[in-house]
Each structure stands twice: as C-alpha cells, then as structure tokens.
Design a protein around this ligand. Structure first.
Ligand code: GAL
Length: 372
C-alpha cells in the first residue's frame, strides 16, 4: 500500500507537473501564434495585398530614381521629377515669372522628335512640361515628321507678349543641305508653339544658331553660315519674328555652336570647331559691340580634357537670376550611337582679371557663385 500510495503519490506528483508543463507549452505556443499573427497582419500582409513581394521591391526601386537634386554633376544621367531621363539637347534657357524653362531637342536614338520644355525654380530639379513644338504629320509642312529640328531657343517679347522660338531646321530627306532658320510662337512659355515659317536669313545658310536679347530689348540671331565657315549676326524685327537686313560677319574661322553672354559692358561668344558630334576645342570671341570687332581670345576651358571641351559642345550661356556675375555654361556631351543619352555638362563661368573661363568640376552647386 505504502508502495502503491507512494506510487500513486508519485503518479499524482507526475500528473501535476505534466499539467503545468502543458499549460506552459500552450502559453508559449499561444504567444508565438500571437507574435506571428502580429507580424503577418502588420508587415507581410500589406506587401502581399500590394502584389507580390518582388513587385513591391520594384516599386521601391522606381521611387529611388525620383531623386531630389541639390547639386549639378556634369556628364551624369539627369532625371526629371517623374524619374525619367531629361531629353533636351542643344538647348536654351528662358527665365520668366521666377521660373526657368529649359528648351531642347527631343531625340530618339537619332531621330528628331520636336522640342521639349522642362520647368524649374531651382535649376536642379526639372518638371517635364511636354512637347513645346511637335513635328507636323502634314507632309507639306516644313517641319513634317522626318525633318530635323536642332538648337531651339526661346525669347520673350514684352511688347507683343509672345514667346518666340528660333531653331535650326533641316527639311525632310535633304540631310543638312537646307540650312534654314525656323520660327514658332506661343502665348505661354510651355507652348504648344505654332510654327510660322522657315528661311535663310538674308539668303544666307543658317545652321547652328542662338538668339539673344540685349539691354534695350532688341533681339539678334547668331548663326553659322556659308557651310559653317562664317559666323554671322543679324538684328531681328521688333516683333522678333524676322531678320532685318542689319546682318554682319562675326568671323570666318569655320566655327559653330554659338553661345553668347554679356558681362561688364563686353559681349562674349563661345563657339566650337566643326567636327559633327565629336568634341573639339572651344574658343571665346570678345567684343564691345554686337556688330564687332570680335577678337578671338582662344580656348576659355580649363582643367582635365579642356582641349575637347570636356567631351562636350557649347549650347547656351545664361545668367542666374538674383546673383551677380553668375552665368552657367550649358554644353552637350553627344552620344551619336544614342542621342537620347547625350549628357549635359553645366559649369559655372568664372572670371579672372575680367576674362571669363570655364573650369571642369565633378560636382558643384549655386553657392559656388558666392565663393568666387
Ligand atoms: C554638329 C552640330 C549639331 C548637329 C551635328 C550633326 O556639328 O553642332 O548641332 O547638327 O553637327 O552632325
């Protein structure tokens, strides 16, 4: 009995500890289940609802390309505020109503696809405003699909309140032989621009070009002429829509890609040599008057690869609003195998003894202008 009792006691003792163990294991299991459900409800389930885990990673990756820029990195890929690569080559800049508008050639791998326009308040982050000027499906139009639109520039006429776009136009199927200037207008900076006409100014060939408005509100077209051997300047009519006959030679040095600015009562004109998409050495002409005499002062580029303009070609030079002596040089690092992926080289124009120079920088921001 004793034994039995002891046995029973032992059995009873065994059965107590087994119940306690079961309760403990059940508690552990329940708390584990609770933690798992918590993790599932709050972390895993939302991802499954949003699609697969893999898809959701892609969404995150896509968001990663929506960068907010605080500096310029010349030659690197530059994305707009939708996360798409900026497609605005051979461009120009318009500053209107506290906003910058960047116009440029929209390019496919090689095709001309019209003129794009992007807007920005800070010069780093650009919103795509769509096509400012589209090719025309009508085959009788000078700008029919298949024609080539290059180096678009837009100026604002305060009297007519019109935005006037000038560009280099080559007619469809004629290579670069037409050598014309084209003009289009809009009542809004972003367009759409209405094509008006194309022509050779005063009968002169007109390829790479820019337009410029002086302090008095007179406008000028500066253009490569006579198979690019001549660089010319022509004064425009007060509405900015046509050339006048005040048209004169700047130089006969076989130059193109003109980019002009004024500083300290002098005009400065950067141009490139004529080697197609391949980079070459820039030069800088200086003159006290737009109609000459223009002096060639040599290559204004400094630093690594200055002799080939850092693998780029001049497009435009513009003053930074609200900053003194602050100008930005815009150039194109052309990629002839895929023109869409041609990169932008933006660098500050600096001055030494009142003479401008442009020096390579891997990265810079607008504060740079205060440090000069
Ligand atoms: C360059 C010119 C570019 C483009 C290219 C075509 O000389 O600057 O704007 O016309 O030729 O090959």
């Amino acid at each position: 009995m004793k034994h039995k009792f002891r046995q029973n006691t032992a059995n009873e003792g065994f059965s107590h500890s087994s119940v306690a163990g079961k309760i403990k294991r059940t508690r552990t299991f329940l708390s584990g289940l609770f933690i798992c459900s918590f993790l599932f409800i709050f972390f895993i389930s939302p991802k499954i609802n949003a699609g697969s885990l893999f898809e959701n990673q892609n969404v995150n990756n896509k968001n990663d390309s929506l960068k907010h820029y605080r500096s310029f990195k010349p030659g690197e890929e530059w994305y707009d505020t939708d996360g798409k690569i900026i497609n605005a080559h051979g461009g120009g800049m318009l500053y209107y109503n506290k906003t910058y508008y960047w116009f440029g050639e929209t390019r496919g791998r090689s095709a001309s696809q019209g003129v794009s326009v992007y807007s920005s308040k800070d010069l780093y982050n650009w919103k795509n405003q769509g096509l400012a000027l589209a090719h025309d499906a009508d085959s009788s139009s000078d700008i029919t699909t298949g024609s080539i639109i290059e180096r678009p520039k837009v100026i604002y006429n305060k009297n007519t309140k019109q935005f006037v776009m000038w560009f280099h136009l080559e007619l469809k199927g004629k290579g670069y032989s037409a050598a014309r200037a084209g003009v289009a207008v809009s009542n809004k900076p972003t367009g759409p621009y209405k094509f008006l006409k194309s022509f050779r100014p005063n009968g002169n060939m007109s390829r790479d070009m820019t337009v410029y408005v002086d302090d008095k509100g007179m406008a000028y077209q500066i253009y490569s002429s006579r198979e690019n051997y001549d660089m010319r300047i022509v004064e425009l009519t007060p509405d900015y829509l046509s050339p006048t006959t005040k048209d004169s030679l700047i130089s006969s040095d076989h130059r193109e890609a003109p980019a002009i600015f004024q500083h300290d009562k002098k005009y400065f004109l950067v141009t490139s040599a004529c080697t197609g998409w391949a980079p070459n050495a820039a030069n800088l002409y200086v003159s006290k008057s737009l109609f000459g005499n223009w002096q060639d002062t040599g290559n204004p580029m400094l630093g690594k690869d200055a002799n080939i303009t850092f693998y780029a070609q001049s497009a435009y030079i513009f003053p930074v609003a609200g900053k003194k002596d602050a100008f930005i040089f815009m150039a194109d690092k052309w990629n002839p195998k895929n023109l869409t992926d041609s990169r932008y080289i933006w660098l500050p124009v600096e001055f030494k003894n009142a003479k401008p120079y442009i020096e390579w920088k891997d990265e810079w921001d607008l504060n740079y202008f205060h440090k000069q």
